[in-house]
Design a protein around this ligand. Sequence first.
Ligand SMILES: [Zn+2]
Length: 279
Amino acid sequence: MRLTLSLILLLLLAFSPAQSRSIKAGDIYGPEDTGFNSIGDANLTVSTIIEKANRNIGQTPEDPTIRFGDILVDDGLQNADRCTSRKPSCMWPRNSDGNTYIPYIISNQFRPKQKDLITSVLKTFEKSTCIRFKPRDREEDYIDVQSLEGCYSFVGRTGGGQTLSLNRRGCLHKKIIQHELLHALGFHHEQCRSDRDQHIRILYENIIPGEEHNFDKEDTNNLNTPYDYGSVMHYERDAFSRNGQPTMVPIPDQNVAVGRAEEMSANDILRIKKLYCTD
Ligand SMILES: [Zn+2]
């Protein structure tokens, strides 16, 4: 009984928001937790890993509000990436040298090798885009990478320190880290694009009851880029399935691979360039 009570207390403490957009946790790993991704498997798809890692979120009122599987919701930001064209914008500002510098901090919950992995994935954005993640100095707005219960992020810049959770036991894969960072840059899931009905059919009869909202369409700015089944932002065809049957079927060719990306696709990179790196 006492154990249960202290566990609840610990959970309450761990998930009480300390600031408006930042979720703070204590040091939540124990001595038995030495490895990477014990609940994740590198061979699984982006959406399967996220579904597994996030399955316990939302069971207590203190948990963060998650929509679309892994998008952290704060009042007023539900409409995702249209916020990139609003004023004030949720985009990260461009520097006079043409690059966009995004400050970050990485929690000490991560072990050095895990930090190295996260940092190396941050660097992958530098090769092909103008995005430059940089350790925070004194900047007001920054990404606060923590190991909380699941993999999730806000969409776009929220102002202040904004939590991006990469659970140490489930989310430390290149594709997942890139996926969550793309949310923080302002991008939504591919299957939620405004034009998705021309490219996929949603089979609502196969969706877990109560999870239909994950397939809501968003009023997205598609930046004149093609719909991309291979985007690291696309969930796989049986995401949120209640019966193992597909929840999304491509149109017109039902056999096209869906949501199998191992890293950002050429279109994911093109979108970053169009949004951040060109006038
Ligand atoms: Zn996502």
